[in-house]
Design a binder for this molecule. Structure first.
Ligand SMILES: Cc1ncc(C[n+]2csc(CCOP(=O)(O)OP(=O)(O)O)c2C)c(N)n1
Length: 556
């Protein structure tokens, strides 16, 4: 006779069977049967966050850093809706997250029951798939499928909504089906013809460029992309989410394109005759005005998601497939060349660039201090705003996948909780969460989670007293009317003290090395507030909707 189990136990067993080790969550009425079963599964480590949004971001950070699925848990109603921003963030950045939500019991669904919310309806557009589990007998299969779907092809979030009575329902236990193979995405074949077409375009190009996006990180295609660049001599551009997919400091690396891209990078795009784009979606922050984007270039677009090919930018050759596999074939189909003249032309432009930041507590000096204290061996998680752009442009990422940020949704409040997930995925790594004073205040309650759970995250707050990036737009485009952007902060050193962690305030560049060094060396979480120039700007900047050819540059 087979064993009888509750839905809650089947859920726990299925998670264990799928190799899940870490859950980020917050309990409540409709998910209590699951939390009741959980202590019987010591292989599932549950991290109690302070807000469900943080659970979703932490699961996202865990997923991005580990390449495995990140799992978050919440109760029905407000618990589930608090996950929404995190799921939308994961959806936009193709991060494999599975959210498990409690739901009111089946007979109460549709009656506006206490804490009932249609989370399936709400998350439909921001998940790859979602499930309302109506029978505990389906749970093992649903969990296995949800985890497979989250990772299959282009990764993304999946939600499983489980009514409370289904968690309590007793059914004969079944072993979870092996669904992995069903969701594996085969490389469309034959692709050799299109790869040959792409190789001929590269061979004939005078000014080819390689644009590298997040898909290269997701596909672990670092070696292949580097081989392609080195074989063809194509200069390499990394998008915001592609940063750390190609070593900064490599002679072929140019930098970041788009709204805050360096002038020589955007100029190279505007002059290029062939652009080979791997694992990116030509976001509007990258292209600026699409009509004026890369006017001379024929585009080779390699992406796992067929719907991205030709979506924003007309494509001469589209190749649907895994970035590593396609790039490997492309390397084999290309002949060695060096593009020296083209690179010299671009480098000439690079030298003309003005230094954009004043001395003292410049972002350069702060990031140099973090680089020195960690010897560059750290993972940096950024929030959203000016500091995000400074870090993207100035930190010398050498190791793959060591820059994690919310690119697509641009979610303030992401860095602090996501960094907790990164730490759990990479326990031996130094993890710095870098935020502005605005975004930090959105999720700083998670310091309590770090202390309670023993999570070592280093917290950097760039304090300019403003919602800096919005203030910058107000300065440039709204006649300097700083409407609702000055923002007060608590005393961060005392805040750190209240949580029982070391806190440092740095007002002077001379104090940087000491504070950053101490914070880095501390065995637990530590906070450093950097008091920076209030009206520092991120330069250059393409005005929203403008052409990459028309940057606003620093005048200092
Ligand atoms: C959740 C959320 N709300 C609002 C915004 C709009 N926004 C983008 S950048 C920014 C300012 C960020 O200020 P701060 O965190 O202090 O960072 P800074 O730009 O000063 O580095 C705002 C409000 C956003 N991206 N996310």
């Amino acid at each position: 006779m087979s064993e009888t189990l509750t839905g809650a136990h089947i859920l726990c067993r299925s998670l264990v069977a799928s190799g899940v080790e870490t859950l980020f969550g917050y309990p409540g009425g409709a998910i209590m049967p699951f939390y009741h079963a959980l202590p019987e599964y010591p292989r599932l480590r549950h991290i109690l966050v302070r807000h469900e949004q943080a659970a979703a971001h932490a699961a996202d950070g865990y997923a991005r850093a580990s390449g495995r699925v990140g799992v978050c848990v919440a109760t029905s109603g407000p618990g589930a809706t608090n996950l929404v921003t995190g799921l939308a963030t994961a959806h936009m950045d193709s991060s494999p997250v599975v959210a498990i939500t409690g739901q009111v019991s089946r007979p109460m669904i549709g009656r506006d029951a206490f804490q009932e919310t249609d989370i399936i309806g709400i998350t439909l557009p921001i998940t790859k798939q979602n499930y309302l589990v109506q029978d505990a007998a389906d749970l093992a299969a649903v969990v296995a499928e949800a985890l497979a779907v989250a990772q299959a092809g282009r990764p993304g979030p999946v939600l499983i909504d489980i009514p409370k009575d289904v968690q309590n329902q007793k059914v004969p236990s079944t072993s979870p089906p092996d669904v992995g193979a069903r969701h594996a995405v085969p490389l469309p074949s034959p692709i050799d013809d299109v790869v040959r077409d792409a190789a001929s375009l590269i061979a004939a190009a005078q000014r080819p460029l390689l644009m590298v996006g997040h898909g290269v990180i997701l596909a672990n295609a670092y070696a292949e992309v580097r081989a392609l660049a080195e074989r063809t001599g194509m200069p390499v551009i990394t998008t915001l989410l592609g940063i750390s997919a190609f070593p900064e400091g490599h002679p072929l690396h140019l930098g970041m394109p788009g709204m805050h891209g360096e002038v020589h990078v955007n100029r190279a795009i505007q002059r290029a005759d062939v652009i080979v784009a791997i694992g990116l979606r030509f976001d509007d922050r990258v292209t600026g005005n699409l009509a004026a984007f890369a006017p001379r270039a024929q585009v080779v677009h390699i992406d796992l998601d067929r719907s991205e090919i030709g979506r924003n930018v007309p494509t001469a050759v589209g190749i649907v497939g895994d970035a590593a596999e396609v790039t490997r074939r492309l390397v084999a189909a290309t002949r060695p060349r060096d593009c020296a003249g083209w690179r010299a032309e671009i480098e000439g432009g690079r030298r003309q660039q003005a230094a954009t930041y004043r001395g003292g507590m410049s972002p350069e000096a702060i990031l140099a201090a973090i680089r020195d204290a960690t010897r560059g061996e750290c993972t940096i998680v950024t929030d959203v705003g000016q500091h995000q752009m400074w870090v993207a442009k100035l930190f010398p990422y050498r190791r793959p996948n060591t820059h994690i940020t919310s690119g697509g949704l641009g979610t303030m409040g992401f860095a602090v909780p996501a960094a907790m997930g990164v730490h759990l995925a990479r326990p031996g790594e130094t993890v710095w969460a870098i935020s502005g004073d605005g975004g930090f205040q959105m999720n700083m309650a998670e310091i309590a989670t770090m202390v309670q759970e023993g999570l070592t995250v280093k917290l950097a707050v760039f304090n300019n007293g403003y919602l800096g990036m919005v203030r910058q737009w107000q300065q440039f485009f709204h006649g300097k009317r700083y409407s609702s952007t000055p923002i007060w902060s608590p005393d961060y050193v005392k805040l750190a003290e209240a949580y029982g962690i070391p806190g440092y305030r740095v007002r002077d560049a001379g104090e940087l090395a000491d504070a950053v060094g101490r914070a880095t060396a501390d065995p637990g979480p530590a906070l450093v507030e950097f008091v920076i120039e209030q009206e520092a700007n991120v330069y250059p900047m393409i005005p929203p909707g403008g052409s990459l050819s028309e940057p606003i540059e620093a005048t200092v």
